[in-house]
Design a protein around this ligand. Structure first.
Ligand code: NAP
Length: 555
């Protein structure tokens, strides 16, 4: 007779290993530890099996069940959720079985932390960010933590931390880990991972406690803390030692460490802007990986002609960042200007200045003072004021202006779009027709929905909103790009009946439209404001071509 301690996984029945499934289907006794073990798995026990929930049983009773199974000649499938190697209380059972002379074996399962990471779509050990995972918990009613295993001590390295059994104590986790990781460190809480009622909340140490409280997660959850969750890194080229093509390799094609091995890729997290939002300049460290090139490289000062001089990119968009990366790689003198609205902007390569110019006159003055030879307005299509400033300042100074605005989205055959001219009209349309809207309108757009008492809103934005909000809402802090699957899951889970968005265009956030189309959810689409007249292109490649046409090419 053998007792098989089986990891039953995090909750989805089809995450059981084949070995575990085979054992459950043949063992005459099945002892399972509580409700997380999926009923579909228990249902595969033989029809004659004795199946017992041991969740509330003392150890002595469990051992007595095993002894009885032994008397009947049954093997025992002893099911624990997750994997038996952590937080399973297998150790004391093994000890008791040893004393009885009963054979046992452990069959591993999918642990909760792996299921949560899969749900989040992240690697917990991103090269150069974190190469260790701390699996820990906080003390609960049953088991105190050993001395020296308090959260701040265990997590003092700043490596990725996965904290179990602590969802109800999120404020304490925040209190204890903020000094270690910083208030802006990303956090994700995943409840009931892999089950149909899986809930994910993403935020930072600054706001996760409120988000978890609002989500209602109190148990069966893991809290993951660490910079590996930081989407700021999403557009960095990550190099793992294993797969990177430019690693030196031996004769058998195996990657090698040693002379000539590539240096680690760039800084893991861009430097935050200076406190107080005052204009300042910053240079990124030189190791940022090069951006992909368009078919034609922009002009270079080393091509024998006069270089184009200093080029100002008005930024705040992916396109602005890509163009700056490209121009910096080509050796051009490029300055990107950001408004300073978000606390952790994704910085482009090259020089960056942050803060307003002081209207069109201020911008004109800046252009003259800095001897700027061209301005590229690559701001967001809804950033009306700065685009207007750029047009006026270019007019005053005679500095050439190019607008780089991504193309707007247009409705597809199965779409139901309610087009509105501005956010106030969007809010009115929502109030009239919908009760469970999802708002993806940016922080500033939320004011129009403030005070609504009828709808239950799902609000997604990059940083916590500061102004008034609707009465009932769930806040998701997240930054694209998003995938269609996760958008569909989010909308289904929250029974969204309308998606509200600005017609920003671009691929990074387009998945929500596809998900809405598939789920037949109407989209309240805020049309773009009219931009002042200027020569306009829609892609980074076209902007690079414009520079080549104006200033020549090195090819
Ligand atoms: P906005 O209303 O057009 O601009 C308000 C003021 O912010 C401007 O008058 C200007 O101040 C300053 N400003 C804006 N963009 C700047 C830049 N790139 N560099 C320096 N100063 C800038 O802009 P917004 O809608 O608040 O957007 C602010 C920034 O966020 C923009 O850079 C935009 O590209 C980015 N963004 C906006 C949205 C959106 O939906 N609006 C979405 C994503 C990203 P002064 O008058 O003092 O010069």
């Amino acid at each position: 007779m053998t007792v098989y301690f089986i990891g039953a996984g995090p909750g989805a029945a089809d995450l059981l290993t084949l070995r575990a499934a085979r054992l459950v289907s043949r063992c005459g006794t099945c002892l399972y530890a509580g409700s997380i073990v999926p009923s579909e798995v228990l249902a595969t026990s033989p029809a004659t099996a004795r199946v017992v929930n041991t969740a509330r049983m003392p150890l002595g009773d469990i051992i007595a069940e095993i002894r009885d199974a032994d008397d009947r000649g049954d093997d025992v499938a002893r099911l624990h959720s997750g994997d038996p190697s952590v937080y399973s209380a297998v150790a004391e059972q093994i000890q008791a079985l040893g004393a009885e002379g009963i054979r046992w074996e452990i069959v591993p399962g999918v642990p909760a932390f792996a299921a949560a990471a899969a749900g989040l779509g992240v690697e917990l050990t991103v090269p150069h960010v974190s190469q260790s995972v701390i699996l820990t918990r906080v003390d609960g009613r049953a088991t105190p933590m050993p001395a020296g295993e308090d959260l701040p001590s265990v997590c003092s390295s700043g490596a990725t931390a996965v904290i179990h059994l602590a969802a109800a104590q999120t404020p304490r986790v925040v209190r204890e880990l903020t000094p270690v990781y910083g208030a802006d460190c990303p956090v994700a809480v995943v409840g009931f991972a892999t089950r149909p009622d899986e809930v994910t909340v993403r935020g930072t140490l600054a706001d996760i406690a409120d988000l978890v409280a609002a989500s209602g997660i109190t148990r069966t959850a893991v809290i993951i803390v660490g910079r590996v969750l930081d989407r700021v890194g999403g557009d960095r080229t990550l190099r793992s030692f294993l797969y990177s093509d430019d690693r030196p390799r031996d004769a058998d094609g195996r990657t090698m460490r040693g002379p000539g091995a590539a240096a680690p890729a760039g800084d893991p997290v861009p430097a935050p802007p200076a406190a107080g939002g005052a204009p300042h300049s910053a240079r990124r460290p030189a190791q940022t990986p090069p951006a992909p090139r368009p078919p034609q490289a922009p002009p270079s000062p080393s091509d024998g002609r006069d270089g184009p001089g200093r080029i100002l990119i008005l930024g705040g968009t992916n396109e602005a960042r890509q163009l700056a990366d490209l121009m910096e790689t080509a050796g051009l003198d490029v300055v990107t200007s950001l408004a300073g609205r978000v606390s952790r902007p994704r910085l482009p390569r090259g020089e960056v200045r942050i803060g307003g110019f002081g209207g069109p006159e201020g911008l004109a003055h800046w252009l003259r003072q800095n001897d700027v030879s061209a301005v590229i307005d690559a701001t967001h299509p809804f950033a009306e004021t700065i685009s207007d400033s750029a047009a006026r300042a270019a007019g005053h100074t005679g500095v050439p202006l190019l607008r780089l605005h991504r193309r707007p989205w247009s409705p597809q055959p199965d779409d139901e779009w309610i087009r509105v001219p501005d956010m106030a009209a969007a809010a009115e349309a929502v109030r009239e027709r919908f009760r469970r809207p999802m708002l993806t309108v940016g922080r500033q757009g939320l004011a129009a929905f403030a005070g609504d008492t009828r709808g239950s809103y799902l609000i997604r934005c990059v940083e916590p909103p500061t102004g008034a909000l609707p009465h009932r809402y769930l806040l998701v802090l997240d930054r694209g790009p998003f995938g269609v699957d996760s958008e569909r899951a989010l909308m289904s889970r929250h029974r969204i009946d309308a998606l509200v968005t600005k017609n920003s265009g671009g691929e990074a956030t387009e998945a929500k439209l596809e998900a809405a189309r598939e789920l037949r959810i109407p989209v309240v689409m805020v049309d773009r404001p009219q931009a002042p007249p200027a020569e306009t292109v829609h892609t980074v490649d076209d902007a690079a071509r414009w520079l080549v046409e104006r200033f020549g090419s090195r090819q």
